[in-house]
Write a protein that binds this ligand. Structure first.
Ligand code: DGL
Length: 268
């Protein structure tokens, strides 16, 4: 399916669930005059343990939904979907796509011990983007790769401050800290919602890197490059679609953004 650039349309933001709200927050901050349409596939979340075919099938369906909403650019606010599908989308659709990339470059610049940890989904680690980023930016570093099994599910249920979250984070982060990691890359957009718990578990002994602000900056650059920036006089709208529970989306949205929003539940 080919879709034309629509200059006056909203920015589309897509994630397997509420995690991409961490990116939405930064995009909102940096681009306050842009309308935004967010799609959360919470009804089918998590994507991290699905097959590539399943992810591609679901993601394509939802990207086409966003294109039907006239989105002029789409931010894939999900490391897993970026890893599996962004190359296909870039070749199949004409709107610009922005993806997530694990923050290995800033981690490499910042670590003192030359040991860093990365927390992401299994599918993100398996993707070629992660391997390329690792080769490009992390040579000479010791990198501890840790799939965050179960963490996305906890965030989706609003249980980011629960005992279960603490237990899982202790299990995942203690070994890398014992080996000397001083920097932790969050390679999944759900994980910034666990930041407080990560700080508690690591007793603030690691620097936590979240690429959301860099993704927002890249969105701004690409909008300018394609001449798609909205004018200050435009009054932005903000719509949020979820295939999951409206109440949960509302909870995350209300603590992440202060703007009024339209929230709709649609079938997955
Ligand atoms: N927010 C997604 C990511 O960044 C979560 C993936 C999932 O649904 O498991 O990878």
């Amino acid at each position: 399916m080919q879709v034309k650039h629509i200059q006056e349309g909203p920015i589309g933001i897509f994630d397997s669930g509420v995690g991409g709200i961490s990116v939405l927050k930064e995009v909102r901050k940096l681009l306050p005059f842009e309308s935004i349409t967010y799609f959360a596939d919470s009804g089918n979340c998590p994507y991290g343990s699905k097959t590539q075919e399943e992810i591609l099938f679901l993601a394509r369906k939802h990207i086409e939904f966003l294109l039907e909403q006239n989105c002029k650019l789409i931010v894939i606010a999900c490391n897993t979907i970026t890893a599996v599908a962004i190359d296909c989308f870039r070749s199949d659709y004409r709107v610009p796509f922005i993806g997530m990339e694990p923050a290995l470059k800033p981690a490499a610049l910042q670590t003192r011990t030359k040991k860093i940890g990365v927390l992401a989904t299994k599918n993100t680690f398996n993707g070629k983007l992660f391997k390329q980023t690792l080769e490009k930016h992390a040579s000479g570093l010791e990198v501890f790769i840790q799939p965050g099994y179960g963490l996305v599910e906890l965030v989706e249920k609003g249980e980011q401050n629960s005992e279960n979250a603490r237990r899982l984070l202790e299990k995942y982060l203690s070994p890398m800290m014992e080996k000397g990691a001083d920097t932790l890359v969050l390679g999944c957009t759900h994980y910034p919602f666990l930041k407080e718990m990560i700080e508690a578990v690591t007793q603030n002994r690691v620097a936590i890197l979240d690429p959301s602000d860099a993704v927002a900056a890249q969105t701004k650059r690409i909008l300018s490059e394609f001449d798609l920036v909205s004018q200050e006089t435009d009054s932005p709208s903000f719509r949020f679609f979820t295939t999951g529970e409206k109440e949960m989306a509302e909870k995350f949205l209300s603590f992440a953004v202060s703007d009024p929003f339209v929230l709709e539940q649609i079938p997955g």
